[in-house]
Design a binder for this molecule. Structure first.
Ligand code: SAH
Ligand code: SF4
Ligand code: F3S
Length: 479
C-alpha cells in the first residue's frame, strides 16, 4: 500500500537562505510536495525529508549550508531512511562537490530544475543512489539551449503555502545578463528571461482571488523587464504595472530589485500616477567610486546614478530609495571607500544593505583581480558605512513624528505573541516601505490602518492606530 492509501503523510522540513527568489521557490516546491502527500514540520527530528534551499552569493551563505549539512550527517546515520536534498543556487554552482563533501545527500537540484524535486527524491530511494539535476553552464551551448535548461518553475499558486495570506511574490523575470564582475547570479540563475505579461497578469489575478492584497514583483533587475510579442509589440515594467493596477482586490504592488540604468521616465511616471504602486525603489549603487563601478562592470558612473536619483526625487518626491553596497572590493582604497560614504550622505537612502566583498569562484573579478583589502579593513568599512546610513535613517524616520501614516498590517511583530483576546503588538509597512509597530487586534491583519507615529528608531516607526474618522476629519496622512 502506498503512503497516500494508508494516509500517512510524509513529513517535510525545509530551510531557505538567500533572496526573495529563493523564498518564492521554496513556497512553490513545498506546495507541489504537499499536493503529493507531504506535510510541513518545523521539527527537523520529525522529518522524513529535509531540504535546504541554498544561496551562493557570498561565502557566508554557503558556509551556513555546509555546516547545517555537517549537523544533519549524524541524523542520517541514525535514520538512513530520511531523504536529504540540496536545492537552489549552491546546488547549481557546486554540483558534485556537494556529494563529495556530504556523500549522504540524496538529491542535488539547481534552481532551473525545481519541478523535478519529487521525482528525484523517489528515484534516489528506488535506486539507492544520489540524484542530480542541474542546468547547463552559461558556456554550455547556444543561448536558446542554455535558456531552455533553466526551466520556468511557476506552477499554480497554493494559498496555504504563503507565510502570510495577504502578501505574495510574483516572478516576472528569471536569470540575469548583467554579469557584474563580482556576481555569481548570472551563472547560477541562467540567462535573463522575461515571463509573458498575460501569464503574470493571470497569476496576479489568481492571487487576488485567493485574497492576496499585496504582490511584490521579482526580478534580479526587475526594471529591465521587457517582453516582445510575436507581432513585435513590447511590454515594459511600466505597462505591466498599469495592467496589474486594474486587478480588483489587489491593493499594493511593489517591485524589486532595480538596475540604475533602466530607471526610465515611463517607470517613474507609473510609480507617481498609479496609487496602488508602493513609493519604494530599491536601486543598488554598490559603490560611490567610478573606478570601482568600472571594475565591477556596473555599466554606469556615479554621475549617472546621481542623475537617476535627481529624476526620482523630481518625479516622485515622496519615494523612499534604498541601496546595496559592497565594501572592500578588489582595489578599493580608503579614498574610493570615502566616495561611497559621500554617496550615502548625498542620497539619503531609506536604508542600505552593506556587504563585505566575498570572492566567488568562476566570476570575472575572481579571475582578474586580487582580493587585496584585508578582512579587518572590510569589516571596519562595513561598520563605518552602516553607521553613516543608520544616522541618516534615524534622522529621516524622525520626520514622521506627529504624522499619520497608512499601514498595511502584516501580522504580529517579531518579538510579540498575541494574547488570547487577539490583542498585541502588530507590524506593517507604509507606502514607502517603512516598518511600523503598534498595538492592535489581530483582525486588523491584512487591512490598511492609519497609525499616528509617536516614536522612531533607524529601522522602525512606533505609533498607535487612529480612527478613520480622524483621518477623514483632516488628520494629514503622510506616505
Ligand atoms: N540583482 C540584484 C542583486 C542580487 S545579489 C542587483 O543587481 O541589484 C544582492 C546583493 O548582494 C548585491 O546587490 C550585492 O550588493 C551583493 N553581492 C553580490 N555578489 C557579492 C559578492 N561577491 N560579495 C559581496 N556582496 C555581493
Ligand atoms: Fe548580480 Fe549584477 Fe545581475 Fe545583480 S545585476 S544579479 S549584481 S550580475
Ligand atoms: Fe543567492 Fe541565488 Fe538569490 S545566489 S541571492 S539565492 S539568486
Amino acid at each position: 500500500m502506498s503512503d497516500a492509501e494508508t494516509n500517512v503523510k510524509k513529513k517535510l522540513y525545509i530551510e531557505t537562505v538567500g533572496c526573495q527568489m529563493n523564498v518564492l521557490d521554496s513556497e512553490l516546491v513545498v506546495g507541489k510536495l504537499r499536493g503529493e502527500g507531504y506535510e510541513l514540520t518545523d521539527d527537523i527530528r520529525q522529518a522524513d525529508t529535509i531540504l535546504y534551499n541554498t544561496c551562493s552569493v557570498r561565502q557566508h551563505a554557503e558556509d551556513k549550508i555546509y555546516s547545517a549539512l555537517g549537523r544533519v550527517r549524524r541524523l542520517k546515520e541514525r535514520r538512513p531512511e530520511v531523504s536529504i536534498g540540496v536545492l537552489g543556487c549552491m546546488a547549481q554552482k557546486d554540483q558534485d562537490l556537494i556529494l563529495k563533501r556530504a556523500p549522504f545527500v540524496d538529491v542535488v537540484v539547481g534552481p532551473g530544475q525545481l519541478g523535478r524535486v519529487s521525482e528525484l527524491l523517489e528515484r534516489a530511494k528506488e535506486e539507492h543512489a544520489p540524484q542530480m539535476a542541474v542546468s547547463l553552464p552559461r558556456s554550455g551551448g547556444s543561448r536558446d539551449t542554455v535558456t531552455a535548461s533553466f526551466a520556468e518553475y511557476d506552477p499554480l499558486r497554493e494559498p496555504a503555502m504563503r507565510p502570510n495570506p495577504f502578501q505574495a511574490f510574483v516572478r516576472i523575470m528569471m536569470g540575469c545578463d548583467k554579469f557584474c564582475t563580482y556576481c555569481v547570479v548570472p551563472s547560477v540563475r541562467g540567462p535573463e528571461q522575461s515571463r509573458p505579461p498575460d501569464v503574470i497578469v493571470a497569476e496576479a489575478q489568481q492571487l487576488a482571488h485567493q485574497g492576496v492584497k499585496e504582490i511584490t514583483l521579482l526580478g534580479q533587475t526587475v526594471n529591465s523587464y521587457k517582453y516582445q510579442e510575436p507581432d513585435g509589440r513590447h511590454t515594459r515594467l511600466s505597462d505591466l504595472l498599469l495592467r496589474l493596477h486594474d486587478i480588483e482586490g489587489l491593493a499594493r504592488i511593489k517591485f524589486i530589485t532595480n538596475f540604475p540604468n533602466d530607471m526610465t521616465g515611463d517607470l517613474l511616471q507609473a510609480v507617481r500616477d498609479l496609487p496602488k504602486v508602493s513609493r519604494y525603489l530599491h536601486v543598488p549603487a554598490q559603490s560611490g567610486c567610478d573606478e570601482m563601478l568600472k571594475r565591477m562592470k556596473r555599466l554606469y558612473t556615479v554621475a549617472l546614478y546621481d542623475d537617476m536619483l535627481a529624476r526620482i526625487r523630481e518625479t516622485v518626491p515622496d519615494a523612499a530609495v534604498s541601496s546595496d553596497f559592497i565594501v572592500g572590493f578588489c582595489g578599493e582604497t580608503e579614498e574610493s571607500f570615502q566616495k561611497s560614504v559621500r554617496l550615502v550622505e548625498r542620497a539619503r537612502f531609506k536604508n542600505s544593505f552593506i556587504f563585505k566583498y566575498s570572492p566567488r569562484q568562476g566570476t570575472k573579478a575572481d579571475l582578474l583581480f586580487n582580493d587585496d583589502v584585508p578582512e579587518d579593513v572590510k569589516k571596519q568599512r562595513n561598520n563605518d558605512l552602516l553607521a553613516v546610513q543608520t544616522a541618516i535613517s534615524r534622522e529621516d524616520n524622525r520626520r514622521f513624528l506627529g504624522q499619520t501614516v497608512e499601514v498595511l498590517v502584516e501580522g504580529p511583530s517579531k518579538t510579540s505573541e498575541l494574547g488570547e483576546d487577539g490583542l498585541g503588538q502588530l507590524v506593517g509597512r507604509t507606502w514607502c516601505d517603512r516598518i511600523v509597530v503598534f498595538e492592535g487586534h489581530e483582525r486588523l491583519v491584512g487591512s490598511f490602518v492609519p497609525v499616528a507615529v509617536d516614536d522612531a528608531s533607524a529601522v522602525t516607526l512606533f505609533g498607535r492606530v487612529v480612527t478613520t474618522e480622524a483621518v477623514s476629519a483632516g488628520v494629514p496622512v503622510a506616505w
